[in-house]
Design a protein around this ligand. Structure first.
Ligand SMILES: Cc1ncc(C[n+]2csc(CCOP(=O)(O)OP(=O)(O)O)c2C)c(N)n1
Ligand SMILES: [Mg+2]
Length: 317
Protein backbone atom coordinates (compact mmCIF):
# COMPACT_ATOMS: atom_id res chain seq x y z
CA UNK A 1 0.00 0.00 0.00
CA UNK A 2 1.32 3.48 -0.83
CA UNK A 3 1.89 5.81 2.11
CA UNK A 4 -0.44 8.76 2.51
CA UNK A 5 -0.21 11.79 4.75
CA UNK A 6 -3.06 13.11 6.88
CA UNK A 7 -4.89 16.13 5.50
CA UNK A 8 -3.49 19.33 7.08
CA UNK A 9 -6.39 20.88 9.00
CA UNK A 10 -4.46 23.46 10.98
CA UNK A 11 -6.08 26.62 9.60
CA UNK A 12 -9.71 27.75 9.53
CA UNK A 13 -9.72 27.84 5.72
CA UNK A 14 -8.26 24.31 5.52
CA UNK A 15 -11.05 23.12 7.83
CA UNK A 16 -13.70 24.88 5.76
CA UNK A 17 -12.29 23.39 2.57
CA UNK A 18 -12.33 19.90 4.04
CA UNK A 19 -15.97 20.33 5.09
CA UNK A 20 -16.88 21.63 1.65
CA UNK A 21 -15.08 18.68 0.06
CA UNK A 22 -17.13 16.23 2.13
CA UNK A 23 -20.36 18.07 1.27
CA UNK A 24 -19.59 18.21 -2.42
CA UNK A 25 -18.39 14.59 -2.58
CA UNK A 26 -21.45 13.25 -0.76
CA UNK A 27 -23.91 15.30 -2.84
CA UNK A 28 -22.29 13.98 -6.01
CA UNK A 29 -22.49 10.41 -4.72
CA UNK A 30 -26.17 10.97 -3.89
CA UNK A 31 -26.78 12.20 -7.45
CA UNK A 32 -24.90 9.24 -8.94
CA UNK A 33 -27.08 6.81 -6.98
CA UNK A 34 -30.22 8.68 -8.02
CA UNK A 35 -29.11 8.43 -11.66
CA UNK A 36 -28.53 4.70 -11.30
CA UNK A 37 -24.83 5.08 -12.03
CA UNK A 38 -23.75 3.62 -8.71
CA UNK A 39 -25.17 0.33 -7.48
CA UNK A 40 -25.96 -0.97 -4.03
CA UNK A 41 -26.34 1.62 -1.33
CA UNK A 42 -24.42 4.20 0.64
CA UNK A 43 -24.82 6.12 3.89
CA UNK A 44 -24.02 9.77 3.37
CA UNK A 45 -22.70 12.26 5.90
CA UNK A 46 -24.31 15.46 4.59
CA UNK A 47 -24.81 17.76 7.59
CA UNK A 48 -22.20 15.97 9.70
CA UNK A 49 -19.09 17.52 8.15
CA UNK A 50 -18.06 19.47 11.27
CA UNK A 51 -17.74 16.38 13.46
CA UNK A 52 -15.43 14.65 10.99
CA UNK A 53 -13.24 17.70 10.41
CA UNK A 54 -13.23 18.96 14.01
CA UNK A 55 -12.12 15.58 15.34
CA UNK A 56 -9.46 15.01 12.67
CA UNK A 57 -8.10 18.54 13.17
CA UNK A 58 -7.29 17.61 16.76
CA UNK A 59 -5.43 14.38 15.92
CA UNK A 60 -1.71 14.05 15.23
CA UNK A 61 -0.51 12.26 12.07
CA UNK A 62 0.35 9.15 14.12
CA UNK A 63 -3.03 8.80 15.85
CA UNK A 64 -5.59 6.13 15.05
CA UNK A 65 -9.12 6.71 13.81
CA UNK A 66 -11.99 4.30 13.31
CA UNK A 67 -15.13 5.00 11.35
CA UNK A 68 -18.62 3.60 10.81
CA UNK A 69 -20.90 2.59 7.95
CA UNK A 70 -21.27 6.37 7.31
CA UNK A 71 -17.58 6.87 6.74
CA UNK A 72 -16.76 8.81 3.56
CA UNK A 73 -16.59 12.08 5.50
CA UNK A 74 -14.34 10.64 8.22
CA UNK A 75 -11.99 9.24 5.61
CA UNK A 76 -11.88 12.42 3.52
CA UNK A 77 -11.26 14.51 6.65
CA UNK A 78 -8.35 12.29 7.66
CA UNK A 79 -6.76 12.50 4.20
CA UNK A 80 -8.34 9.69 2.20
CA UNK A 81 -7.92 10.25 -1.54
CA UNK A 82 -11.24 11.27 -3.14
CA UNK A 83 -10.19 9.53 -6.36
CA UNK A 84 -9.67 6.17 -4.67
CA UNK A 85 -12.82 6.51 -2.55
CA UNK A 86 -14.91 7.32 -5.63
CA UNK A 87 -13.25 4.47 -7.54
CA UNK A 88 -14.22 2.09 -4.75
CA UNK A 89 -17.84 3.25 -5.00
CA UNK A 90 -17.71 2.56 -8.74
CA UNK A 91 -16.29 -0.90 -7.99
CA UNK A 92 -13.06 -0.15 -9.81
CA UNK A 93 -9.67 -1.74 -9.27
CA UNK A 94 -8.09 1.61 -8.30
CA UNK A 95 -10.37 1.86 -5.26
CA UNK A 96 -9.21 1.40 -1.68
CA UNK A 97 -10.43 -2.20 -1.63
CA UNK A 98 -9.59 -2.78 -5.29
CA UNK A 99 -13.27 -2.46 -6.13
CA UNK A 100 -14.36 -5.43 -4.05
CA UNK A 101 -15.25 -3.80 -0.73
CA UNK A 102 -17.42 -0.82 -1.55
CA UNK A 103 -18.67 2.05 0.54
CA UNK A 104 -18.29 0.51 4.02
CA UNK A 105 -14.93 -1.22 3.56
CA UNK A 106 -12.11 1.23 3.09
CA UNK A 107 -9.01 1.77 5.19
CA UNK A 108 -5.57 3.34 4.96
CA UNK A 109 -3.25 2.26 7.72
CA UNK A 110 -0.62 4.80 6.71
CA UNK A 111 -3.17 7.44 7.80
CA UNK A 112 -3.96 5.53 10.99
CA UNK A 113 -7.42 5.14 9.45
CA UNK A 114 -8.27 1.63 10.59
CA UNK A 115 -11.42 1.42 8.58
CA UNK A 116 -15.16 1.60 8.21
CA UNK A 117 -17.45 -1.23 9.21
CA UNK A 118 -21.08 -2.14 8.67
CA UNK A 119 -21.34 -3.72 12.11
CA UNK A 120 -22.95 -1.05 14.24
CA UNK A 121 -20.51 -0.15 17.10
CA UNK A 122 -18.04 -2.78 15.87
CA UNK A 123 -15.18 -0.36 15.31
CA UNK A 124 -15.42 0.90 18.92
CA UNK A 125 -13.84 -2.39 19.97
CA UNK A 126 -11.15 -2.07 17.31
CA UNK A 127 -10.30 1.46 18.49
CA UNK A 128 -10.10 0.21 22.07
CA UNK A 129 -7.67 -2.48 20.94
CA UNK A 130 -5.61 0.08 19.02
CA UNK A 131 -5.48 2.23 22.17
CA UNK A 132 -4.36 -0.80 24.18
CA UNK A 133 -1.61 -1.40 21.62
CA UNK A 134 -0.50 2.24 21.81
CA UNK A 135 -0.36 2.08 25.59
CA UNK A 136 1.55 -1.24 25.52
CA UNK A 137 4.11 0.17 23.10
CA UNK A 138 4.21 3.51 25.01
CA UNK A 139 3.87 5.16 21.60
CA UNK A 140 1.94 8.23 22.74
CA UNK A 141 -0.75 7.62 20.11
CA UNK A 142 -4.43 8.25 20.73
CA UNK A 143 -7.31 6.38 19.09
CA UNK A 144 -10.54 8.14 18.17
CA UNK A 145 -13.66 6.10 17.47
CA UNK A 146 -16.66 7.53 15.66
CA UNK A 147 -20.03 5.89 16.33
CA UNK A 148 -23.70 6.85 16.24
CA UNK A 149 -26.56 7.34 18.69
CA UNK A 150 -27.91 3.95 17.62
CA UNK A 151 -24.53 2.33 18.27
CA UNK A 152 -24.66 3.57 21.85
CA UNK A 153 -27.39 1.00 22.50
CA UNK A 154 -25.22 -1.89 21.36
CA UNK A 155 -23.42 -4.13 23.85
CA UNK A 156 -20.10 -3.34 22.17
CA UNK A 157 -20.43 0.30 23.27
CA UNK A 158 -20.61 -0.73 26.92
CA UNK A 159 -17.84 -3.30 26.64
CA UNK A 160 -15.50 -0.85 24.91
CA UNK A 161 -16.14 1.95 27.40
CA UNK A 162 -15.72 -0.34 30.38
CA UNK A 163 -12.41 -1.84 29.23
CA UNK A 164 -11.06 1.54 28.18
CA UNK A 165 -12.04 3.01 31.57
CA UNK A 166 -10.58 0.28 33.80
CA UNK A 167 -7.32 0.29 31.83
CA UNK A 168 -7.27 4.10 31.35
CA UNK A 169 -6.67 3.60 27.63
CA UNK A 170 -5.86 6.54 25.32
CA UNK A 171 -9.11 6.51 23.35
CA UNK A 172 -11.77 9.12 22.65
CA UNK A 173 -15.22 7.77 21.85
CA UNK A 174 -16.94 10.26 19.56
CA UNK A 175 -20.70 9.84 19.33
CA UNK A 176 -22.21 11.51 16.29
CA UNK A 177 -25.70 11.91 17.65
CA UNK A 178 -27.51 12.71 14.42
CA UNK A 179 -30.91 12.06 16.07
CA UNK A 180 -31.72 8.91 14.08
CA UNK A 181 -30.71 5.28 13.78
CA UNK A 182 -32.26 4.30 10.46
CA UNK A 183 -35.92 5.31 11.05
CA UNK A 184 -35.71 5.24 14.86
CA UNK A 185 -35.53 8.65 16.54
CA UNK A 186 -32.96 8.85 19.32
CA UNK A 187 -35.57 10.34 21.66
CA UNK A 188 -37.56 7.09 21.43
CA UNK A 189 -34.56 4.78 21.77
CA UNK A 190 -32.80 6.46 24.71
CA UNK A 191 -34.34 7.22 28.10
CA UNK A 192 -31.83 10.01 28.72
CA UNK A 193 -31.31 13.36 27.00
CA UNK A 194 -27.54 13.04 26.60
CA UNK A 195 -25.63 9.93 25.56
CA UNK A 196 -22.60 11.60 27.19
CA UNK A 197 -24.31 11.00 30.57
CA UNK A 198 -23.58 7.30 30.13
CA UNK A 199 -19.92 8.11 30.77
CA UNK A 200 -20.73 8.38 34.49
CA UNK A 201 -21.43 4.65 34.58
CA UNK A 202 -17.77 4.06 33.70
CA UNK A 203 -16.28 6.85 35.78
CA UNK A 204 -14.99 8.77 32.76
CA UNK A 205 -15.76 12.29 31.51
CA UNK A 206 -18.80 12.74 29.28
CA UNK A 207 -18.85 15.90 27.21
CA UNK A 208 -21.64 17.32 25.04
CA UNK A 209 -20.67 19.56 22.17
CA UNK A 210 -22.42 21.30 19.27
CA UNK A 211 -21.53 18.88 16.48
CA UNK A 212 -22.31 21.47 13.82
CA UNK A 213 -19.64 23.86 15.14
CA UNK A 214 -16.25 22.70 13.84
CA UNK A 215 -14.33 24.85 16.32
CA UNK A 216 -16.29 23.56 19.30
CA UNK A 217 -15.77 19.98 18.14
CA UNK A 218 -12.04 20.61 17.64
CA UNK A 219 -11.62 22.18 21.08
CA UNK A 220 -13.51 19.40 22.88
CA UNK A 221 -11.61 16.73 20.96
CA UNK A 222 -8.25 18.42 21.61
CA UNK A 223 -8.97 18.45 25.36
CA UNK A 224 -10.05 14.79 25.34
CA UNK A 225 -7.04 13.73 23.25
CA UNK A 226 -4.65 15.62 25.55
CA UNK A 227 -6.20 13.89 28.55
CA UNK A 228 -5.82 10.49 26.87
CA UNK A 229 -2.20 11.22 25.90
CA UNK A 230 -1.40 12.20 29.50
CA UNK A 231 -2.47 8.72 30.57
CA UNK A 232 -5.70 9.86 32.22
CA UNK A 233 -7.91 7.60 30.12
CA UNK A 234 -10.87 7.80 27.78
CA UNK A 235 -13.57 10.41 27.23
CA UNK A 236 -17.05 10.03 25.81
CA UNK A 237 -17.65 12.99 23.52
CA UNK A 238 -21.18 13.48 22.20
CA UNK A 239 -21.53 15.73 19.16
CA UNK A 240 -25.11 16.80 18.56
CA UNK A 241 -25.76 16.97 14.85
CA UNK A 242 -28.31 15.97 12.21
CA UNK A 243 -28.45 13.43 9.39
CA UNK A 244 -29.70 15.73 6.63
CA UNK A 245 -30.34 12.99 4.03
CA UNK A 246 -32.07 9.65 4.53
CA UNK A 247 -30.36 6.77 6.32
CA UNK A 248 -29.29 5.30 3.00
CA UNK A 249 -30.33 5.30 -0.59
CA UNK A 250 -34.08 5.27 -1.18
CA UNK A 251 -35.09 6.48 2.31
CA UNK A 252 -38.00 8.91 1.91
CA UNK A 253 -37.81 9.99 5.58
CA UNK A 254 -41.52 9.40 6.19
CA UNK A 255 -40.79 9.12 9.93
CA UNK A 256 -39.89 12.81 10.34
CA UNK A 257 -41.28 16.14 9.25
CA UNK A 258 -40.10 18.50 6.54
CA UNK A 259 -40.31 21.31 9.15
CA UNK A 260 -37.78 19.52 11.32
CA UNK A 261 -35.43 19.12 8.36
CA UNK A 262 -35.80 22.79 7.44
CA UNK A 263 -35.03 23.87 11.01
CA UNK A 264 -31.78 21.87 11.01
CA UNK A 265 -30.81 23.22 7.62
CA UNK A 266 -30.59 26.61 9.34
CA UNK A 267 -27.67 25.26 11.37
CA UNK A 268 -25.76 23.98 8.32
CA UNK A 269 -22.20 23.44 9.55
CA UNK A 270 -20.53 24.32 6.24
CA UNK A 271 -22.51 27.46 5.42
CA UNK A 272 -22.34 28.50 9.07
CA UNK A 273 -18.55 28.26 9.23
CA UNK A 274 -18.17 30.03 5.88
CA UNK A 275 -20.35 32.86 7.23
CA UNK A 276 -18.18 33.08 10.36
CA UNK A 277 -14.97 33.31 8.34
CA UNK A 278 -16.50 35.85 5.95
CA UNK A 279 -17.70 37.97 8.89
CA UNK A 280 -14.36 37.98 10.72
CA UNK A 281 -12.38 38.74 7.56
CA UNK A 282 -10.51 35.42 7.38
CA UNK A 283 -12.10 34.81 4.00
CA UNK A 284 -13.44 37.19 1.36
CA UNK A 285 -16.37 36.50 -0.93
CA UNK A 286 -14.19 35.86 -3.99
CA UNK A 287 -12.01 33.39 -2.08
CA UNK A 288 -15.10 31.52 -0.86
CA UNK A 289 -16.41 31.21 -4.43
CA UNK A 290 -12.97 30.07 -5.62
CA UNK A 291 -12.77 27.50 -2.82
CA UNK A 292 -16.14 26.02 -3.78
CA UNK A 293 -15.16 25.89 -7.47
CA UNK A 294 -11.86 24.25 -6.60
CA UNK A 295 -13.64 21.59 -4.54
CA UNK A 296 -16.17 20.98 -7.33
CA UNK A 297 -13.24 20.42 -9.69
CA UNK A 298 -11.62 17.99 -7.23
CA UNK A 299 -14.80 15.93 -7.00
CA UNK A 300 -15.25 15.96 -10.78
CA UNK A 301 -11.65 14.81 -11.13
CA UNK A 302 -12.29 11.97 -8.67
CA UNK A 303 -15.32 10.88 -10.69
CA UNK A 304 -13.41 11.05 -14.00
CA UNK A 305 -10.61 8.97 -12.45
CA UNK A 306 -13.12 6.40 -11.20
CA UNK A 307 -14.91 6.18 -14.55
CA UNK A 308 -11.64 5.77 -16.44
CA UNK A 309 -10.39 3.01 -14.13
CA UNK A 310 -10.70 -0.68 -14.91
CA UNK A 311 -13.03 -3.16 -13.27
CA UNK A 312 -11.31 -5.85 -11.22
CA UNK A 313 -10.64 -9.17 -12.85
CA UNK A 314 -13.35 -11.74 -12.25
CA UNK A 315 -12.51 -13.90 -9.27
CA UNK A 316 -11.99 -17.52 -10.10
CA UNK A 317 -12.62 -19.76 -7.11
C1 LIG B 1 -24.76 -5.13 14.77
C2 LIG B 1 -25.69 -4.46 13.79
N1 LIG B 1 -27.00 -4.34 14.12
C3 LIG B 1 -27.84 -3.73 13.25
C4 LIG B 1 -27.38 -3.24 12.05
C5 LIG B 1 -28.33 -2.56 11.08
N2 LIG B 1 -28.03 -1.12 11.08
C6 LIG B 1 -27.30 -0.55 10.08
S1 LIG B 1 -27.10 1.09 10.32
C7 LIG B 1 -28.02 1.07 11.71
C8 LIG B 1 -28.32 2.30 12.47
C9 LIG B 1 -27.11 2.94 13.04
O1 LIG B 1 -27.51 4.14 13.66
P1 LIG B 1 -26.45 5.09 14.28
O2 LIG B 1 -25.50 4.33 15.12
O3 LIG B 1 -27.20 6.20 14.95
O4 LIG B 1 -25.62 5.64 13.03
P2 LIG B 1 -26.15 6.56 11.81
O5 LIG B 1 -26.70 5.65 10.76
O6 LIG B 1 -27.15 7.49 12.34
O7 LIG B 1 -24.92 7.26 11.34
C10 LIG B 1 -28.45 -0.22 12.01
C11 LIG B 1 -29.27 -0.59 13.17
C12 LIG B 1 -26.02 -3.41 11.77
N3 LIG B 1 -25.51 -2.95 10.63
N4 LIG B 1 -25.19 -3.99 12.66
MG1 LIG C 1 -27.64 8.08 14.25
Amino acid sequence: MTRSVPRPLDTPVAQLRAMQLIRSFEMRVDALFAAGELRGTSHLAVGEEATAVGVCAALTPDDYLTSTHRGHGHFLARGGDPRRIMAELFGKVTGYAEGRGGTQHMADYSLGFLGMNGITAGMMAIATGAAFSARYRKSGQVAAAFFGDGASNQGTFHEALNLAAIWALPVVFVCENNLYAMSSPACAMLHIANIADRAAAYGIPGVVVDGNDVTAVHDAMAAAAARARRGDGPTLLEAKTYRVLGHSRGDLCVYRTRDEEAAWRETDPVAGYAATLLADGTLDAAAWVALQEDVTREVADAEAFARASALPEAMVV
